[in-house]
Ligand binder design. Structure first.
Ligand code: PMV
Length: 316
């Protein structure tokens, strides 16, 4: 039997970086997915195949020695094989509809899809159980993860989350399209987070004023999401981008990408850690084509809708 599970990509609509110092951020899952297929084997090996490479190890080898690309998946496979006292090995195939390393949550989506797929080989597990396994797996590479990315992958939709671990799924689903464009610059979240810490230490007053402004902006954004007020929401995105520029996590390439859509989209900002990665531009049917065209000449880009399904599972 093949057990198949998929989980969506995520973007940060508002609040990246400032969330690290309190306040809230708004996350949203989008309709681009990572799919994991797994099957038990008689080889006694864990075999993984993905766009990022291949790996074959005896199932008794510690996940800790593996490359970070594979570590969470090996962790999940070993945890499930052990829990169910299985003599089998397992083959795992990962395929992604979106790029990794550019702030679209590929590692969380992979952890959730792998947890859904591999656990499915051993019977039914609840979404809550899968979320727990996925967060534990993500901790093998990001010790301090808040769990918010995995949570949005499991449940889908829009999430409001705060640093103290409070996570709330919003009931309403606004109707908009996002254009996601990839700068092609791979970034390191931990490096950018520490750059911001240095900025905060040097410019304490400016930083705390920006934190306060961001907090207010997020409250406004939540109200706009509820009313589906795209004009105002777009302006808030552009304003959020200005705050991100002030803390120096944007760069020339991201700013020029945002500039390309200033006359077509409702608003645009970088998403995730910044200093590379992706930008998002807010659109609806009326301006989607134009916004895509403005970016497509120079950048890999695609349109995305909010995903409300989260984790999906099946077997074959
Ligand atoms: O690179 P991403 O999409 O995982 O975004 C990181 C978000 C930060 O706010 C920069 C860091 C964090 O832990 O919240």
């Amino acid at each position: 039997m093949k057990s198949i599970a998929s989980a969506p990509a995520k973007i940060i609509l508002f609040g990246e970086h400032f969330i690290v110092y309190g306040g809230k951020a708004i996350l949203c899952s989008i309709d681009k997915r990572i799919t994991v297929e797994s099957e038990l084997t008689k080889t006694g090996q864990i075999e993984i195949e993905s766009q990022l490479g291949k790996l074959k190890i005896p199932k008794s080898d510690s996940y800790k020695n593996a490359d970070s690309v594979f570590r969470p998946i090996i962790y999940i496979a070993q945890r499930m094989l052990e829990k169910f006292h299985s003599e089998s090995g397992v083959t795992i195939r990962v395929s992604a509809e979106f790029p990794s390393g550019v702030g679209l949550g590929s590692s969380s989506a992979c952890c959730v899809a792998a947890a859904g797929s591999i656990s499915g080989l051993f019977g039914k597990h609840t979404k809550e159980e899968i979320l727990k396994i996925a967060i534990d797996a993500e901790r093998t590479i990001f010790e301090n993860t808040s769990g918010a990315d995995c949570t949005v992958c499991v449940y889908g939709g829009i999430l409001e989350y705060s640093k103290d671990g409070q996570i709330k799924r919003l009931e309403f689903v606004p109707k908009f399209e996002l254009v996601v464009a990839n700068s092609g610059m791979i970034h390191s979240t931990s490096k950018v987070v520490s750059m911001v810490r240095q900025f905060k230490d040097k410019k304490q007053e400016i930083f705390s004023s920006l934190c306060m402004q961001e907090k207010n902006l997020i409250e406004d954004a939540l109200a706009c999401l509820q009313k589906n007020d795209l004009t105002k929401l777009g302006k808030l995105m552009t304003q959020n981008q200005e705050f991100l520029e002030k803390i120096r996590v944007s760069n020339d390439m991201l700013s020029s990408m945002i500039n390309l859509v200033k006359d077509t989209a409702y608003g645009a900002k970088l998403t995730g850690a910044g200093d590379g990665g992706c930008i998002i531009a807010l659109a609806d049917k009326s301006n989607l084509e134009k916004t895509l065209n403005a970016l497509a000449k120079k950048y890999e880009c695609f349109s995305a809708k909010i995903d409300t399904n989260g984790l999906q599972r099946s077997s074959a």
